[in-house]
Ligand binder design. Structure first.
Ligand SMILES: *Cc1c(COP(=O)(O)O)cnc(C)c1O
Length: 405
């Protein structure tokens, strides 16, 4: 899954370029930096590799989402429809701009259900935010149609799906804007970092200013910049960007290994007729960072997880249903609106409502789903051993259940 697994000389070289000049900031110091502009270079590489017109680096994937929302004009009282299965960062960003996260069900793509989105639209809805979880995507044609019909913004949280594609286009470049995270466990890493991608120049210009205290970056003298609007500091540093630059050059290698290892492991699980796999929308190309699979019932899934633990092969297998970071069932801090600072009454009321919202459609999927993270370091031998052991555990649990019936 993550780029940190194949880390070395290339990253060291890029970081050393920055260390030689000592200019760790992405803006200004034109003389002393001796032509070293790692953040700019990485932004250019992102536009080329993923095929978008503009890329604005940020300090994290969370700040990339916040920045995109601000640049898209999403704010106080606006409703953003998003899935109940995601990483906490998605709703954190929504709350940070004063908007309302409207969490709705997923389907067997493990992403937003278009029907659930349609049912959740109100006069306050401003944006639909699919989250392309675990390397694969939402049905983007269906969501684009909904957004067109209701004049809504489409913002892709593609933080977990770097390298995935839909109908030939990179995930994150299909909506009005899209984001990646480059945190330590993502497909390419900067240690910490993120990016807003868009084909719209206005959204880009706003993102550029917003991440740097509202600076207009119009002239060469940073001190003379104007501030056409209020921004914040969500800048990436040159050191982080340098790491990302080395990583993005290895992306094709990462993706090729992920694909090979994912397909190899899948062959072992495919031999078990009771197992089904996550649905990839037509025209979609999974980044293969995870292999996500379903058992027939929640009980069997819990038993398989318990048995994998007993056998010492649970590492790298995620049962999101009971995981504290990724699914509504465990987000008590969100459902109880536990914030350090006061939030608006509208935000608070919307969060408190989540406790009584019915997510049984998502529960029925998430309670049967296990995602296996694909390592870049596995040897063919290790995949064989892993595949055989996993299959043996699953067969054992299934056989035992048959005997009980
Ligand atoms: C990682 C991630 C983010 C943002 O993460 P940061 O750690 O802030 O870079 C946002 N959304 C999803 C779905 C993620 O997995």
């Amino acid at each position: 899954m993550p780029g940190f697994e194949l880390f070395g000389e290339e990253e060291r070289k890029e970081v050393n370029d920055v260390m030689e000049t000592g200019i760790l900031m992405r803006y200004g110091f034109d003389g002393p930096r001796k032509g070293i502009w790692k953040a700019q270079e990485l932004e250019k590489a992102i536009t080329e590799v993923f095929g978008c017109k503009h890329a604005q680096l940020t300090s994290s994937g969370t700040s990339a989402l916040t920045t995109a929302m601000a640049a898209l004009g999403i704010g106080a009282g606006d409703e953003i429809i998003m899935p109940a299965f995601t990483f906490v960062a998605s709703f954190e960003a929504v709350l940070s701009v004063g908007a309302i996260p409207v969490l709705v069900d997923i389907d067997e793509t493990l992403t937003l259900s278009p029907d659930a989105v349609r049912a959740a639209i109100t006069s306050k809805t401003k944006c639909v935010m699919p989250v392309h979880m675990c390397g694969s995507m939402a049905d983007l044609d269906a969501l684009k149609q909904i957004c067109a019909d209701h004049k809504l913004i489409l913002l892709e949280d593609a933080c977990q799906s770097i390298g995935g594609k839909y109908k030939g286009k990179s995930l994150g470049t299909i909506g009005d804007a899209g984001t990646f995270s480059f945190d330590f466990v993502k497909t390419i890493t900067c240690a910490e970092g993120g990016v807003v991608m868009t084909n719209n120049e206005d959204i880009y210009t706003k993102s550029d200013g917003y991440t740097d205290h509202g600076h207009d970056h119009a002239g060469a003298d940073r001190g003379a910049d104007l501030h056409p609007f209020i921004g914040y500091n969500y800048r990436i540093s040159e050191l982080h960007a340098a790491v990302g630059l080395a990583q993005i050059r290895k992306l094709d290698t990462f993706l090729a290994i992920q694909k090979k290892n994912n397909l190899a492991l899948r062959t072992y699980l495919e031999q078990i007729p009771e197992i089904s796999f996550r649905i990839i929308p037509e025209g979609g190309e999974d980044s293969c960072s995870f292999l996500s699979w379903f058992l027939p019932t929640e009980e069997l899934t819990k038993t398989v997880i318990a048995e994998m633990k007993v056998q010492g092969i649970l590492a790298g297998n995620f049962y999101w249903y009971v995981n504290n970071w990724h699914y509504i069932s465990k987000w008590d801090h969100l459902k109880n609106a536990v914030t350090l600072n006061a939030v608006s009454e509208t935000q608070k009321a919307a969060l408190l409502k989540l406790t009584n919202t019915n997510f049984s459609a998502s529960d029925a999927i998430m309670s049967r789903c296990i995602s296996t993270a694909i390592s870049l370091l596995w040897t063919d031998e290790q995949i064989k051993e892993k595949g055989e052991k996993m299959a043996a555990v699953i067969r054992k649990v299934l056989d035992k259940q048959m005997q009980q019936v």
